[in-house]
Design a protein around this ligand. Sequence first.
Ligand code: NAD
Length: 490
Amino acid sequence: MNQAGDLPLTAQTLACHFIGNEWVRSADGRTLPVIDPATGEIFAEIARGGPQDLDAAVQAARAAFEGEWGALAPADRGRLLMRLSQLITVEAERLARIESRDVGKPLAQSRRDIAATARYFEFYAGACDKIVGEVLPYSSNYTVMAMRVPFGVTGHIVPWNYPSQIFGRSVGAALAAGNACVLKPPEDASLALLEIAHLAAEAGLPKGALNVVTGLGSEAGAALSAHPGIDHISFTGSPVTGTAVTQSAAEHHCPVTLELGGKSPQIVFADADIDAAVPVIVNAIVQNAGQTCSAGSRLLVERVAYEIVLAKLAEKFKALECGPGDKDFPVGPLVNARQHARVSAMVGRAETDGLRCVARGTVSPNAPKGGYYFPPTLLADVPPLHPLAQDEIFGPVLVAMPFDSEAEAIALANATAYGLVAGVWTRDGGRQLRMARAIRAGQVFVNDYGAGGGVELPFGGMKKSGHGREKGIAGLLSFTTIKTVAIKHN
Ligand code: NAD
């Protein structure tokens, strides 16, 4: 074990990639510092990968796909992934502590994330031998099969906000479908993912089935999307980077699944159970300090209930205190200085434009001074076209606005470039269905909210939120393609 501070890391996690089930340093020996968001101080280092390291990972994955990993029976593949799920559960507390330190998450959140990661591998382990094709009606002297086959080598680019969970849903599904994987973790959150890759080797995954190359997006990430040996890319991150990855992948005609951001509405009608809605609405924006693609970041409330809902929310916001993730405050720091500056600038705009700030949380006096803390903030009467109502803030900031009719609620809900998730709060059954049909989003929750739950539920965006689906069986099939086999006979 290597101790980065008090973190129990496998020795070589620091400053190495994981390629072909071995820890390897970058070809040019370069590293990157890892900063603790709770203090702003460096506490570890990771390898800074480039094209050469990425190429080594792709070669290892290709050899696995064409060799031992590709030859495994689906049920055996499933047994290995189930063992990995069990190892993640056994190591859950250690992994959660690493993730909290690395990204600043409250420990309780990291524990939930690691449990969800184990659950992804469990779900997809059980699905390995249930990927079936079809026999197609064609001609009496033909038998035609549409087989579901893996792409080959899949690339996975993951963001820092839910690194383990997104790793689980994307790599878990791709491995279950029979692909060999190359993962580029986020530079701000690589440590737990390296540890999980190491556990995968311990679980018995043959060398090359899962490879991890750490480093910067502009170097290791760009090398992944440009590599002609990658047969499919799953990207989760910002729309701007998603565009760059898609353009680069297009040079070698590589399909890309995009999971991008959101500006998801919570729509509260006056007939809703408001006391049930309020804590869910708060959690949906302050969870992970608002750094959640599916955060419920816009609040639309029917005018007659508007001030009542705001008053109840204000009480909750004022009680929220920010502090270090490993001390399990309800709200941790933002992930890095850049993110803190971005959120501060956007909320600064609210002050300049005279928007109503209804409530703010606090930063604990015991929080280290160098940490990237931003108190939860509730803004009201935000004009629907204001940048704060249109752009992703990616911080614990909820913007509220009133509406007068169902038609207006639908128009406002759809009035951003995004379409990831929506929450609808009403007791009226007909309205629940009308709203669910009319909202352009990949997921609509009625009288609840939370994309993170349901491993079984397909997840993904419409419009600028991306395309393709992850999670559930739909996510598994996203990592397969169809091969048609047509046999002519008498
Ligand atoms: P980002 O786009 O900057 O980075 C995401 C990943 O892409 C990182 O691993 C990064 O290293 C890599 N990357 C950066 N530049 C690259 C390049 N040129 N080529 C290849 N890879 C590159 O996003 P972020 O700041 O890490 O994450 C926040 C964003 O992600 C938000 O917009 C959020 O909404 C979105 N997000 C979406 C989902 C979802 O499922 N829809 C989930 C989490 C986060």
